[in-house]
Design a protein around this ligand. Structure first.
Ligand code: NAP
Length: 309
């Protein structure tokens, strides 16, 4: 019986320390040194498999260290008939909330205008904007969206959220389904995307999403690159419907060096660093899921392959 670590080799030592601290007796192997294939009963992967994992006949389950599993669900190197768990990690959730709050506050406090004024040595007399007058629409009210939205409520913003099913979260106006999409976006000043990438959400950040927003709205996109219709974003920035976009994720990654976003004055590019799983906090669910896999139990955060997340 062995766990095969088949994620980023650079993180292998940290994961090994964190997993062994919780489960000292566990046998850990590291891709591509898997040992006898029939001894591997659990695999840890990242955004995609490093090679063909279909030959492990006794593999009970696969654990991703990433929250988003869209690449894994389409990965032909993985067996499609084994349970797959996505990562929910307190460290990752906290980092994503920091990223969203950072950029919402930067917009609310008119950071881009102030930085431009400094470059021009201009003493800008700005009136403060009360956060309650700023409407933030969060697409995706799951683990990450709900946490970020809750923090924004605590900071006094007017927060709406959109999800497949309606939510009851204190202070957040909840919208659901295709009927609720436009209502959630209508008049919003800041649009945050924390949706999983599925067939239903691919290309969702396009002209139809930007049109109902308040003129000059800001997009904060930290979900998956393929949510965004790049041409529609550029047109919305050009027309003034959007004033600015903060983009952490791209299709493809890394963002090509000649891409227009790198030097666009209204676009902030960050290299998919909004939130990263931390082994110290992420290992607990992995160890528990290993136990569950061996016991034939449903995994924590088991992916619903039909829903795609
Ligand atoms: P999650 O807990 O699965 O939440 C997903 C949310 O999206 C849920 O509220 C879900 O609605 C909603 N949703 C899904 N499909 C929908 C649809 N068709 N219409 C309306 N709402 C829909 O996921 P999470 O852990 O919050 O992560 C969200 C995404 O963040 C990940 O999938 C990943 O792509 C991205 N991410 C990015 C980074 C980064 O560093 N940039 C790091 C981690 C994750 P229900 O609640 O009704 O199911």
């Amino acid at each position: 019986m062995a766990i095969l670590y088949a994620d980023d080799p650079a993180d292998a030592a940290a994961w090994a320390v964190a997993i062994r601290a919780l489960a000292p007796g566990v046998e850990l192997r590291f891709w591509p040194d898997s040992g006898p294939a029939d001894e591997v009963d659990f695999a840890i992967v990242g955004g995609k498999a490093p090679g063909d994992l279909r030959g492990f006949a006794n593999l009970r389950a696969i654990q991703s260290t990433w929250a988003g599993v869209n690449h894994l669900l389409a990965d032909s190197n993985l067996p499609f008939d084994r349970p797959l768990a996505r990562m929910v990690d307190q460290g990752l959730t906290v980092s994503m909330t920091e990223f969203i709050v950072l950029h919402v506050l930067d917009s609310a406090r008119q950071g881009p205008r102030l930085r431009a004024a400094q470059r021009a040595r201009q003493w800008l007399d700005l009136d403060p904007v009360a956060p309650g007058t700023i409407v933030v629409a969060v697409l995706g009210l799951g683990t990450l969206g709900a946490d970020a939205a809750t923090r924004l409520v605590a900071l006094g913003f007017s927060v709406r959220g959109w999800s497949r099913s309606r939510k009851e979260i204190a202070g957040i106006e909840s919208f659901a389904g295709s009927d609720g999409f436009k209502a959630c976006l209508s008049g919003a000043h800041i649009l945050v995307c924390l949706l999983p990438l599925t067939d239903d959400t691919r290309g969702i950040l396009g002209a139809a999403a930007f049109a109902p927003l308040a003129r000059g709205a800001v997009l904060i996109q930290a979900a998956r690159g393929a949510h965004l219709v790049e041409a529609d974003l550029l047109a919305a920035l050009q027309s003034g419907q959007l004033s600015r976009a903060v983009l952490d994720v791209f299709a493809p990654e890394p963002l090509p060096v000649d891409h227009v976003f790198w030097r666009h004055p209204q676009v902030t590019v960050t290299p998919h660093v909004a939130a990263i799983t931390r082994p110290g906090t992420g290992a607990a669910d992995i160890v528990e899921n290993y136990r569950r896999a061996l016991a034939g139990e449903t995994l924590i955060n088991q992916v619903d392959r039909a829903k795609g997340y």
